[in-house]
Design a protein around this ligand. Sequence first.
Ligand code: PLP
Length: 393
Amino acid sequence: MPLHLDTRLAHCGRPALNAESGPVNTPVVRTSTVRFQSIAAMQAQVGKRASGQPVSTYGRHGMDTQRALEQALCELEGGTRAWLTPSGLAAISLSLLALTAPGDHVLVTDSVYQPVRKLDAGHLARMGVQVGYFDPSTQPIEDCLQPHTRVVYVETPGSLLFEMIDLVPIVAICNARGISVVADNTWASGYWFNPLALGADISLMAGTKYIGGHSDLMQGVIVTQDAAHAAQLTKTYDALGLAVSPDEAYLALRGLRTLAVRMQQHQHNALAVAQWLAAHPKVERVYCPALATDPGNALWRRDFRGANGLLSVQFRDCSEARLFAIADALVLFDIGASWGGYESLVLPATCEKLSAHRSWHGAAGVLRLHVGLENCADLIADLEQAIAGVLGP
Ligand SMILES: *Cc1c(COP(=O)(O)O)cnc(C)c1O
């Protein structure tokens, strides 16, 4: 019987024992120069890297610590090759730069993580790469593809409102036309969902979020099973001079060891908070695909094994100023960007940001909550006092 993912996450990417003993964890191996026994050995290693194998001929390529993490991430995502980048955004940029050339078109779902648009407007446009956005729930992909579309970039669930996107028809059309499908899998962080298993060519994630899990690390991850995509990614990775320190790789690997228990607890706490909010008289709507009332729930149940700690909440008759006041009144939810750490966070998303989502029709905006690992009764009590304080009993 194949081992369960939780078991594999406890055992993957660990050092082999020497003749008699060894440490539990792969050590932090720091180096700039890689030394070789002989010129022949150096040439052999250079040849292997040129042929696409994950070997190191220089410190920038990383050593044992990065290799161990890459191996563990392949285990997590069902891939054969992984790349580590200095941030999640760098993983997005690397994949789009690796797969496009002047004259190409990239089609992106409209609910993606906002900074994708900075790369689009600031750099891809300058390189002669066109980017278009669409809402797959109302615009059939066939109508949005162009003859020169090279990449379809998807994030499911979406950022801020967690719109579920059906990857199956997207992959079917793109595979038939030789278009690469890139999926941002940060929401599930490989634990609840694997885009590669549904036929995506590349899965990428912000390791900054649940993989690190402790809000003390920036990292991006790209995983693929496909040799042609692997060759393109390595070429661009090397050309950009990207590198990740062994200390960061060590922290990410350490985070992976507890990913399973943290994800289960985030799911438990977030569901309790989501259900409490959904029943609150001052709440207009809770955005969370794990709720049975969410329009994405059926698709989420079909493709995902569980949920994370994220949800957004929209209040009845609530101005932007009151939305901000509720965020200010919360005590246990810190105000801050990002998510995936052990702690609870709140961030207002106003109409200015949400207008990029074609599915958004609200007035003031939403509060995005990241439900952390605190006791959820305390978190609910905190929400209760903040909502009552601003919107009344
Ligand atoms: C945070 C995030 C990123 C970017 O990760 P950083 O490490 O912060 O650069 C990318 N995609 C999604 C969906 C994210 O939430």
